[in-house]
Design a protein around this ligand. Sequence first.
Ligand code: SF4
Length: 228
Amino acid sequence: MIFNSLEELNSNLISCQKCPRLVKFRVEVGINNRRFRGEKFWSKPVPGFGDINGELLVLGLAPAPTGGNRTGRVFTGDKSAEFLIKNLFEAGFANQPISISIDDGLKLYNTYITAALKCVPPDNIPTKEELKNCSLYLHNEIDLMPNLKAILTLGRIAFDSLKNYLDEKGLDTRHLKFQHGKHYDINGLRIYCSYHPSPRNVNTGVLSKEMFLNLLLEIREYIGKDKN
Ligand code: SF4
């Protein structure tokens, strides 16, 4: 662990320039966006959000161009956020069903959300090197969660990023295969897999509301209902 607190980690994170392609892209998408013309984009690495002392970690892929990269908060202001937060609310992990801006009053219960990659990648596809660069922050964040009990990985890249974390801890992860709805118990942690709640998956029915909410309710049952 390099950073001993989340504050220290985030103050280093937001000025990170390790990935030249992403440093350029995170600014360009703000300048070139027509829908939000005139709005000042965050256009920096996006920190995690929620309760670092929580028992649940929700792990996404990366900030969306007009979501986290615009608003400065992970899963905020885009379609994936709309789907994720509405369902987290219905399952009792959030105080409200919307996540539209950094000052919208959203609070997470017993839950911390972050992404494997902290900067928006072109076409939502990071390179291996970019993910490796950013793993420094993700691994440190996980190490900073003293009460962590369950991790919900959203999509294969998030799942593989978590596997890398577990590999680095010297754990045998060869039996861990990404499959929506499946969970694994490893070293005192329960790892859940879900398809990413991206519009592409939600609009095509790959991930339905029922599938996602049922998984969240299963996690809630596992963590314990009395924790909010
Ligand atoms: S993706 Fe991560 S490592 Fe790369 S520039 Fe952004 S914060 Fe730094």
